[in-house]
Design a protein around this ligand. Structure first.
Ligand code: NAD
Length: 242
């Protein structure tokens, strides 16, 4: 059986499917990944700005970086990968997306079962009261933006490098991957923990891992099927065989 037919077989046989998506899924919409080309803003590496230390040092710089990303994301659309995954929600009974992306593109494509591991770029959090709220001003007019209630500094409600994830979201995701028969991992470098650990939980409890990426990752050796190529192209072929 060729790889694509096996992939369809895996999807059909699984009672519960957990999908883990990373920046590669949105790359084809024009949202740059952090590690690939386009991961640079001005002279800074994205990974240097998405940290609590960078925000403490220079909140205006970090907000300008997020303002740039927000403007970019507001101009792009979900791509074929987002659309196919949204369609599969109607085909397969139990399929949940756990995404590391903060761009909201899965939801814009129509997916309803989406867990955002790293937050959402359209939310902000007051650093004094920890209150989270939708913050859609685009472009941002004053830097750094302030809390509308108490005037304190606010920050993007996203998880930065070196920060812990929301414990409830994490526990839910651990349990989801543990109980799933298939972990479908798309467009993630599998180096950011604890997200990278999730498919391993599926494998440990007897399930399978199917990985889609343009290059091999540290997860590839554990994958039951590795499909090399652009997410949208691979998903289109699988979808046509279902
Ligand atoms: P990453 O940048 O580390 O890795 C992206 C992965 O996608 C790489 O393995 C690359 O080979 C693969 N890839 C690139 N284009 C692809 C394509 N067309 N099809 C399939 N695979 C492709 O991203 P990450 O692992 O998600 O981790 C970076 C963190 O930064 C994330 O956790 C997230 O919070 C944040 N981030 C979010 C966005 C977004 O919301 N769109 C974008 C960049 C970074």
């Amino acid at each position: 059986m060729n790889k694509f037919k096996r992939a369809v077989d895996f999807l059909r046989k699984a009672e519960k499917i957990a999908v883990l998506t990373g920046a590669g899924v949105s790359a084809e919409s024009g949202v740059p990944t952090f590690r690939g080309r386009g991961g640079l803003w001005k002279k800074y590496r994205a990974e240097e700005l998405a940290t609590p230390e960078a925000f403490e040092r220079d909140p205006i710089l970090v907000w300008k970086f997020y303002d740039y990303r927000r403007q970019l994301i507001s101009k792009v659309n979900p791509n074929k990968s987002h659309e196919i995954l949204a369609k599969w929600e109607t085909l397969f009974e139990k399929i949940t997306i756990v995404t590391q992306n903060i761009d909201g593109l899965h939801q814009r494509a129509g997916s309803k079962n989406v867990i955002e591991l790293h937050g959402n770029i359209w939310e902000a959090r007051c650093i004094k009261e920890n209150k989270v709220f939708r913050y859609k001003e685009n472009p941002i007019s004053e830097f750094p933006p302030k809390c509308p209630d108490c005037g304190s500094l606010i920050r993007p409600n996203v998880v930065w490098f070196g920060e812990s994830l929301n414990q409830n979201i994490l526990n839910f995701s651990f349990s989801l991957f543990e109980k799933s028969d298939l972990a479908l991992v798309i467009g993630t470098s599998s180096v950011v923990y604890p997200a990278a650990h999730l498919p391993i939980l599926t494998k440990k409890s007897g399930g399978k891992i199917m990985e889609i990426n343009i290059e091999e990752t540290s997860l590839t050796i554990l994958s039951d099927i590795f499909l090399k190529g652009k997410a949208s192209e691979i998903l289109k072929v699988i979808d046509s065989l279902i």
